[in-house]
Design a protein around this ligand. Structure first.
Ligand SMILES: Nc1ncnc2c1ncn2[C@@H]1O[C@H](COP(=O)(O)OP(=O)(O)OP(=O)(O)O)[C@@H](O)[C@H]1O
Ligand SMILES: [Mg+2]
Length: 348
C-alpha cells in the first residue's frame, strides 16, 4: 500500500490508558457552508457548495477520521469545528454546549488545531520553548516556573531533544516543526485536537514518525481528535471511526476497521483501492475514476457521485440517496449492500 506500513504501528497495538467513553465531546449536526464566488466583470456570481448537511461526532478519547479527495470540503468542516468559520446551517456542540455560545477564548483553549504546514503557524521570532509557553501566558495558566516546566515536559513528550528548546523554527526540520506545533496544541490540555492533514507536507519517512507520535499521545493523554487526510491508508492507522466525504457530503461513515474490510460506497471502494496500489510515494491517491471531476459549483442531480460511478442506474441519476444502515455503517448509496465483492468502481 501507499504507506511505509512497516514503520507504522497498527491502530490498536496496545491498550489505552483512558478508554474512550461513548459520549460525544464534539458533535456537528447538519452543517452546511456555501461560498459565493464573484464572477468578475460582466459575469454572474455563482454558488459553491463546499459542505452540504454534514453530521459527525467524536467521542471522548476517540479519533474520528475525515477522508476524501482535494476540494471535498474537509478543511471547511475543520474550520467550522474550530469555530473559525460559521456554518450557514447546522450546529456544533462541544460537550453538549453550542459552540456559538462558548466564549472565544474558552473555545480556543478547548478545541486546538494542528495544520498541514507548521511553518506558517509558528512565529519565526519565538524559540520553540517560548512557542509552547505562549498559549499558557495568554490564558494565564499557572505561574512562570510552572509554565516553563509544562512546556519542557510537552516538548520532551513530542520527542524534541533538550538542546533544541531554544532553537527557532527556521533551525528545525519539517517534522520537528510539526512536533512543536503538536506540543503547542496540547499545552492548554484541550478536549479535542482538530488535525488537518498534519503529515501531508512531510517526507514519507517522517510522516510515519509523526503518525506514530500522534497515536502515542492520544493513547497516553486520551485526547479526542478529528484527523483529516486525503489518504485512507493514513486514516486506517489513526482513526477509530471514519467519515468519507464526497462533494461536501459524508457518503459513508462507520468504524474504520469494518469500513476498511467492507466498504459499501463505490467511492470508498475507489479510495481504498487507491491506497492498495504499491506506490512508495504518499501523494494524492490516483482514484482512476475517469471523467467528470467533481465540481462543487455544479453538483450533479440525484446521487452526486453518479457521473463517476460504474454501478449507477437511472435511480442514481434521478434521486439523492438517503443514508442507510448497512453492516453497522451509514451509507448514502442506492445500491449499497448489493455491489458484491467487486471492490473497484471505476468508469472508463
Ligand atoms: N473562502 C473560500 N471561498 C470560496 N471557496 C472556498 C473557500 N474555502 C474553500 N472553498 C472551496 O470549497 C471547496 C472545499 O474546500 P476545502 O478546502 O474545504 O477542501 P479540502 O477537502 O480541504 O481540500 P484539500 O484536500 O485540497 O485541502 C473547494 O472547492 C474550495 O475551492
Ligand atoms: Mg484541506
Amino acid at each position: 500500500m501507499a504507506l511505509p506500513a512497516f514503520t507504522l504501528k497498527p491502530k490498536h497495538d496496545s491498550p489505552r490508558k483512558q478508554v474512550c467513553d461513548m459520549t460525544a465531546i464534539l458533535e456537528a449536526k447538519g452543517i452546511s457552508r456555501t461560498y459565493t464566488l464573484s464572477g468578475g466583470m460582466m459575469k454572474k456570481s455563482s454558488k459553491l457548495q463546499a459542505v452540504r448537511d454534514v453530521s459527525l461526532y467524536v467521542n471522548r478519547g476517540e479519533t474520528c477520521g475525515i477522508v476524501g479527495e482535494s476540494g471535498c470540503g474537509k478543511s471547511t468542516v475543520a474550520r467550522i469545528l474550530l469555530g473559525l468559520e460559521q456554518p450557514d446551517a447546522g450546529q456544533i456542540t462541544l460537550d453538549g454546549q453550542a459552540i456559538a455560545s462558548i466564549p472565544r477564548a474558552e473555545l480556543s483553549r478547548r478545541v486546538q488545531p494542528v495544520f498541514q504546514d507548521p511553518y506558517s503557524t509558528l512565529n519565526p521570532r519565538r524559540s520553540i520553548l517560548e512557542t509552547v509557553i505562549h498559549p499558557l501566558n495568554v490564558h494565564k495558566v499557572g505561574d512562570a516556573p510552572s509554565r516553563d516546566r509544562r512546556a519542557r515536559k510537552l516538548l520532551d513528550q513530542v520527542g524534541l531533544p533538550k538542546r533544541s528548546f531554544h532553537a527557532f523554527p527556521n533551525q528545525l526540520s519539517g517534522g520537528q516543526r510539526q512536533r512543536v506545533a503538536i506540543a503547542r496544541a496540547l499545552a492548554l490540555d484541550p478536549d479535542i485536537l482538530v488535525c488537518d492533514e498534519p503529515t501531508s507536507a512531510l517526507d514519507v519517512s517522517i510522516q510515519a514518525q509523526i503518525l506514530n507520535l500522534i497515536q502515542d499521545l492520544q493513547r497516553d493523554l486520551g485526547v479526542a481528535m478529528v484527523f483529516i487526510s486525503h489518504n485512507l491508508g493514513v486514516i486506517e492507522h489513526v482513526a477509530d471511526r471514519v467519515a468519507v466525504m464526497y462533494l461536501g457530503r459524508v457518503v459513508e461513515t462507520g468504524e474504520t476497521r469494518k469500513l476498511m474490510q467492507r466498504p459499501e460506497h463505490p467511492y470508498t471502494r475507489a479510495l481504498l483501492e487507491s491506497v492498495l496500489t504499491p506506490d512508495p510515494e504518499l501523494g494524492l491517491p490516483d482514484l482512476d475514476l475517469g471523467r467528470s471531476f467533481p465540481d462543487p459549483t455544479n453538483i450533479p442531480s440525484g446521487c452526486s457521485f453518479h457521473p463517476r460511478c460504474a454501478f449507477r442506474t437511472s435511480v442514481c441519476e434521478d434521486s439523492a440517496p438517503e443514508p442507510r444502515q448497512i453492516h453497522g455503517a451509514s451509507v448514502e448509496c442506492h445500491l449499497a449492500g448489493n455491489l458484491g465483492e467487486n471492490r473497484l468502481a471505476t468508469v472508463d
